[in-house]
Ligand binder design. Sequence first.
Ligand SMILES: Cc1cc2nc3c(=O)[nH]c(=O)nc-3n(C[C@H](O)[C@H](O)[C@H](O)COP(=O)(O)OP(=O)(O)OC[C@H]3O[C@@H](n4cnc5c(N)ncnc54)[C@H](O)[C@@H]3O)c2cc1C
Length: 309
Amino acid sequence: MTILVIAEHENGAVAPATLNTVAAAAKIGGDVHVLVAGQNVGGVAEAAAKIAGVAKVLVADNAAYANFLPENVAPLVAELGKGYSHVLAPATSNGKNVLPRVAALLDVDQISEIISVESADTFKRPIYAGNAIATVQSTAAIKVITVRATGFDAVAAEGGSAAVEAVAAVHDAGKSSFVGEELAKSDRPELTAAKIVVSGGRGMQNGDNFKHLYALADKLGAAVGASRAAVDAGFVPNDMQVGQTGKIVAPQLYIAVGISGAIQHLAGMKDSKVIVAINKDEEAPIFQVADYGLVADLFEAIPELEKLV
Ligand SMILES: Cc1cc2nc3c(=O)[nH]c(=O)nc-3n(C[C@H](O)[C@H](O)[C@H](O)COP(=O)(O)OP(=O)(O)OC[C@H]3O[C@@H](n4cnc5c(N)ncnc54)[C@H](O)[C@@H]3O)c2cc1C
């Protein structure tokens, strides 16, 4: 049994979700190989070779794979995947863009967003916005799986010494080209990788009031998230949304401020290790999942909290 993990990388570095995906692969058992696809990714491949538990790194370094265009990367993964028992990718935008195409090319079902490995063919995954957990057994010859990073503790980024092998195959479908991207720039940690997340909801009243959360977050070294209501009202951009249709986070500490705790929001944060809720309504459902609850007006509580940090 040999497992192929598709590395997520950005700006020349292995993305943290890759380490969680390697952890899932290690739970399945067998040798773990990592594919690094992209352009000028020699440094990424070297870093991937150091990941604990990785036996081999395959490097597909070609202009066709720059920017991870799924039309080009999917046929590469499908070709390589034929030699593996499992193909895993993190359930990130890239993973979710590429793996369904790989599954279709290999004529197998995809198993999406697993949160635990029961055995080599049986996995657990959330359904109904995380309100039920399905145990899925697959009879597919090659199991194509996306991994929810929050379900697996990351393996160590250092300590391994895998062999690095170049992949010659070039798939350029010629169907798409990369035009550009606009990335939100922030000195705060990335939402899905942050150890502490401070999120604001409709209770923040407007975008300007988020400055209170940014000030607190900067003292805590935290990322700032938001409920969908706050995003839909235009308080903050949608890349800050946490929840069923936003980002899934599981930090050490999640502070929900002026958020009622709708199931769609809980679906994105209820696996956080410690949940703190600040809400002026003591009946708010967020208090049912909170480890610590403060019934208070956030405009008084947040500045006070900031002073204490
Ligand atoms: C298909 C679908 C997908 C969805 N996906 C998501 C998702 O990904 N993420 C998400 O978040 N939602 C999602 N939603 C929306 C979700 O159902 C809720 O509408 C949303 O989460 C509510 O956001 P909120 O808690 O900020 O707002 P509200 O429910 O309006 O809650 C605001 C809270 O702020 C409190 N408050 C107000 N003023 C203060 C104050 N001064 N001090 C303290 N507390 C105060 C209030 O007591 C209240 O509890 C989805 C809905 C659907 C149908």
